[in-house]
Design a protein around this ligand. Structure first.
Ligand code: HEM
Length: 430
């Protein structure tokens, strides 16, 4: 195919793609992505304060890049969109690395697979079956807390923000008393852009102030997990923290920075994301009582509900890649070292793959969403996320007769991990 002249996205669309607030205005944002898919599926984004990058908006191209791990790398540049000012600060703090935290998502082959293998079996269905009973207990007490509100609550605050956190903390081995701290740090790390979630609770923040919030959260995470690693080296237990603390690669213990990064990615990636898709599922059910009744009556629809909620919510809204060589995507010439954004939101609403993508349809099949990514970095926790959601909704459907929206839900202002930050519901419990 012949290469076409570089396409540059119109300013209005480019500025929305980099603007956290735009991700809270979901339906307008989806319209902009639709325009990009139809007119410039691989297009340059030139936005003030950001290095230029390519927005990849079609499902097909997102998938192809995600699977081509030799040509599209994670290590050379930030894997999350960040302003130039933040990138400079990161370089300064880390002494030259583009990544504040070193973790699986910032590594390429062969290092990436060495590290991924350390915990991969923990997150496989066979091992997860061993923790299913414990997860169900946590789910049951979450539903009890919801029912104790008496029939009206903010589902995010009462249930979805806390439940996946409890689960992942159990897996890591973090004591119950420290969970509020982990929740706060994760929200600050991922939600630094949202005034309701960030540390300073201030509306007007400069990119430098936002990045300082994130840096502080990462520091607190690191010091917490360093202490935990020291403890698990002397007193190993049956938890993921012990696996990481005592891990060796080629006979050498992994560095403190890499161990801390591993805890952080599991702790952080493991709950805000699943909180978002859990809330997304509840939102869709509260908005469509008939669908709720159908699924309540026929539990075989549950896996479809979960998959559709993950697509519909798209908790991880993008990841970035860096081109390892000159190449071409959808006829567009990409140069070595170019920075690309995999726009998962757009891919998951691509009408070339999904009929009526705005419609929430638990019976949608096949549901080939890209919310978990693809290729060697495909989400390590995808089986866990699905299991957590299945168990929570099994418990909920057993106890709740009906549910409806009691206000307008709001999505968080964040370019990276997003989803409902408030979900007012009214319900009738048994
Ligand atoms: C609905 C919930 C979740 C969503 C939507 C989600 C999404 C993602 C995405 C998009 C990626 C990057 C994939 C790529 O680059 O191709 C990823 C990676 C990752 N996720 Fe998840 N995730 C979820 C839940 C979890 C959970 C529960 C864990 C718990 C441990 C987890 C741990 C990770 C880790 C460790 C990685 C890095 C994998 C690697 O780079 O090899 N995630 N996730």
């Amino acid at each position: 195919m012949a290469t076409i002249a570089p396409a540059t996205l119109p300013g209005e669309i480019a500025s929305a793609i980099v603007n956290p607030v735009a991700y809270g205005q979901w339906s307008e944002l989806k319209d902009k992505f639709r325009w990009a898919r139809d007119n410039m599926p691989v297009a340059l984004v030139q936005a003030e304060g950001y290095m230029p990058f390519w927005a990849v908006t079609r499902h097909e191209d997102i998938l192809a890049i995600s699977k081509d791990n030799a040509r599209f790398l994670n290590a050379p540049k930030s894997v999350v969109l960040s302003p130039v000012a933040v990138q400079m600060l990161t370089h300064m703090i880390t002494g030259g690395s583009p990544h504040l935290v070193s973790s699986l998502v910032t590594m390429d082959a062969p290092e990436h697979m060495d590290y991924r293998k350390l915990t991969q079996s923990w997150f496989m269905p066979k091992n997860l079956a061993n923790i299913e009973a414990r997860v169900r207990e946590i789910a049951r007490s979450s539903i009890n807390a919801m029912i104790a509100t008496g029939g009206t609550c903010d589902f995010v605050r009462e249930v979805s923000a806390l439940y996946p956190l409890h689960v992942v903390m159990q897996i890591l081995g973090v004591p119950d008393a420290d969970e509020p701290l982990m929740l706060k740090l994760t929200q600050e790390m991922f939600g630094g852009e949202d005034p309701d979630l960030n540390r300073a609770r201030s509306v007007e923040l400069t990119p430098e102030q936002i990045s300082q919030l994130v840096v502080d959260a990462v520091r607190d995470f690191e010091s917490y997990f360093m202490a935990m690693a020291a403890d698990r080296r002397t007193h190993p237990r049956d938890d993921v923290a012990s696996v990481i603390a005592n891990a060796t690669i080629d006979g050498e213990p992994i560095s403190d920075r890499n161990a801390a990064g591993y805890y952080i990615i599991v702790a952080a990636a493991g709950h805000d994301t699943t909180s978002a898709s859990t809330a997304g599922a509840m939102w869709a059910l509260a908005d469509d009582p008939e669908q709720f009744a159908r699924i309540k009556a026929d539990r075989s629809l549950l896996p479809g509900l979960i998959e559709e909620a993950i697509r519909w919510t798209t908790p991880v809204q993008h990841f970035m890649r860096t081109a390892a060589e000159d190449c071409e995507i959808a006829g567009q010439a990409i140069a070595k070292d170019d920075w690309l954004m995999l726009c998962y939101v757009s891919g998951n609403y691509d009408e070339r793959v999904f009929d009526s993508p705005d419609r929430f349809d638990a019976a949608r099949g096949p549901n080939r969403h890209v919310a978990f990514g693809a290729g060697v970095h495909q989400c390590l926790g995808l089986h866990l996320a699905r299991m957590e959601m299945r168990i929570l909704f099994e418990e909920l459907l057993d106890r709740v007769e009906s549910v409806e929206l009691a206000g307008t839900p709001q999505r968080a202002s964040s370019t990276f991990v997003g989803g409902p930050k408030t979900l007012p519901i009214r319900f009738v419990a048994r």
